[in-house]
Every structure is written in structure tokens, then in C-alpha cells.
Design a protein around this ligand. Sequence first.
Ligand code: ACO
Length: 402
Amino acid sequence: GIDTSKLLATTGKVALDIGFVNTASCTSAITYIDGDAGILRYRGYPIEQLAEGSSFLEVTYLLIYGELPTADQLGEFDQRIRRHTLLHEDLKQFFNGFPRDAHPMPVLSSAVSALSTFYQDSLDPFDEEQVEISTLRLIAKLPTIAAYAYKKSVGQPFLYPDNSLGIVENFLRMTFGFPAEPYDVDPDLAKALDMLFVLHADHEQNCSTSTVRLVGSSHANLFASVSAGINALFGPLHGGANQSVLEMLESIRADGGDIPRFVERVKSKEPGVKLMGFGHRVYKNYDPRAAIVKSTADTVLDKLGGNNELLDLARQLEEIALNDEFFIQRKLYPNVDFYTGLIYQAMGFPTRMFTVLFALGRLPGWIAQWREMIADPSTKIGRPRQIYTGETARDYVPVDER
Ligand code: ACO
């Protein structure tokens, strides 16, 4: 047996790199991260500037097409997306087939996968015109699908999209509004959610994006690839962490707010106990997205009437962890998920919708990365190798002789 945990160097011609810690799977011109310095840029633009001055729609354009749009380009892009927000009536039947208490993430991935059946013109990844239409369809329809998944889970009627509204406003109305009742979108709420989507829009070769690329490398279409990415995002070590953070904070509160006791449990590596929302494969410094969320959490929670008690708890927990040798040695800092859940909760979303919100934000990144890969003539099908550690050759023994 090979001790695989020690084997980092090359073995013959195959390099073993569990979790791809040191292996680049592609070249990419979309997102730059310097994990030691805590830097994140989309197409060269610092995340701080985009969060401050840009919008989710503009960032979507930037990531996919490579440049910031002019006002005319942005307006046209917006109009084209608004035309595609409706779901086929038959697709709506899907939502009724799932159990009422289904988690909305698998509902989301299933509905995105089903888009391939409604749009069979999407199957050829090299048909540029169709890829463009699939791109617009996906951007336009994912918020509608997400809102329907939510409505289904709370037993309320679906709302058709209102195309006089922008992408984020429309999503909020479809989620929290009721048919035949006016719903005034709170501009503070829409602005805060728009900014959180900007922060999530891409993060180079993370687990879900690598999944999108790997599936797409077999020339599977955009819908199939993004559906797989949504499933990868569902896991608690990835996008599912935003839900886990809130559950963790609530359980600490239920335990009388005893943070030191919780931190001891984490440090003793009690099975299943981690400081959720901390640590990152690439950032060995403060996640710049977490810094932005933290600095806006106060204002947003004050405006929206959020849970300041849990926010205080999160702040104290961060303070204690950042001054503790265990976390210092391992370079564990808050990641983007540490504070987002508190804001989502203040906005009125149930915990189970948090990862769906992450998916809505990450969609432009998945699309941009898939398109970059498909357009790159040097792309090959993704096919990792392995180091075999099983039995050597042995003879088959019939069942009555075993
Ligand atoms: N709490 C406690 N200890 C941790 C944590 C944590 N959140 N994260 C890492 N560690 C410890 C590990 O136990 C390990 O300790 P050891 O050296 O004594 O064995 C060391 O730090 C290194 O951790 P790895 O698990 O090897 O780091 P990896 O890069 O594989 O994992 C990950 C990164 C998955 C993000 C991890 O930090 C984690 O599980 N964090 C909690 C979940 C989370 O917040 N995920 C969201 C990530 S960001 C995102 O997807 C948007």
C-alpha cells in the first residue's frame, strides 16, 4: 500500500494531487485571486470597486463578454434578458412533482437540467448563436426558477415575472409578492442583494466552477453543465456553508452563547464540528468579500431590522478565533459565507434559500467559464488520472466455493 497522504510528488508520469491543491486545470482570463494578499479582481477590476459602483447586471456582462458595457450595450443586454424571464408552462409542473418540504437546491438543479428538454436547440455547444440564447435564457430564468422553488416550499402561488422590473427586483417580487397584490420593492433590500450577487459572481476554479468545466469538457451543453455546478455548490463545504453558519450561530445561542466552549469543540476536532464560514483553500488572509459583507452588515441589518444578537455573536466569534493560535497557525479567516447568512435572514429568506442565493450570484461566473473553455481550441476532455491502490491480479472464485 502507498501512503497516499504523503505522496505529493510525481509517481512515474502521474502526479498525485488530492483535491487539486497545486494543480491548475486550465488557463483563464476571467478572475484573478491572490490568496495571500486577499485580492480578488474580475477581468482586472478590484472587487471593492465593483461592489461599490457597479451592478450585478453590469458584472454579469463584464464576466461573460470581457469588458464593461457602454450604457447602450447594458440597456440592450437588460432588454434581451427581460424577454426571457418566463418559464414554459409545462416546466411549472415540475415544481408540483417535488415534495413540499424539498430543499430548494436540488429543485433548482433539476429545473435547470430540464431546460435542455425544453430548448433542444441548446444541445450543440459550438453553435455560437444558440450558446448566446442559452446564456440569456439561463440568466433570465434562474431567478424565476429560484422564486418558484421558494413559493413551492411555503405553499404559496407562483407569480409570473414582471418585465418592467430589473433582474434583482423581479426576483424579490416573485419571491415575496402575491398574485394580484401590489408589491413595492424596497430599494435598500434590492441594492443590498444586488451587491451580494456581485460579490459571488465568480471565483475562478472553485469546486462548482470546476464541475461546470469538467462536465462541459465532454461537450455537454450549458444547462447540463450549470445544473451539475448547482449540485456541487449544494455541499456544506462549498456554497452550503452559508446555511451552516447560521445554524451554527443559532446553536451557540441556544447553548447560552458560550463561544469559548464552542471554539474548544472545534479545536479538539470533534467530528462534524468546524467553524463554518472560516477557512478557504486559496485565501490565507481575510477574504476580501467577507470584509465587504462585514462592513455593510451593520447598515443593512439596521435598515432591514435583522438579528443584531446573532451578528454580535458572529463578531465575538470572529474576534476570538482570529486571536487563537489554532486559527492563526492554520491561517483560517472568515470567508464570504461568514456574514452573508445574517443579511439573507434579515431580508426575510429562510435558511434553506441561502445557497440558492449563492447560485443566483455565481451563475455569470459559471457561464463565463464554460464559454471560455468551449471557445478555447486547446481544451481537452477533463479526465484525471489515479494511483491504483487495490488488489493485484487474482483469480475469480465461483460463489459456491467462497
Ligand atoms: N474550522 C476548523 N478547522 C478548520 C477549518 C474550519 N472551518 N477549516 C480548516 N480547518 C483546519 C483543518 O482541520 C486542517 O487542520 P490540520 O492541519 O490540523 O489537519 C487545516 O485547517 C487545513 O484545512 P483543510 O481542510 O486541509 O483545508 P482545505 O483547503 O482542504 O479546506 C475548506 C478548505 C473546505 C473551505 C475548509 O476551510 C472548511 O471546511 N471550512 C468550513 C466550511 C466553509 O466555510 N466553506 C465555505 C468555503 S468558501 C465558499 O465556498 C464560498
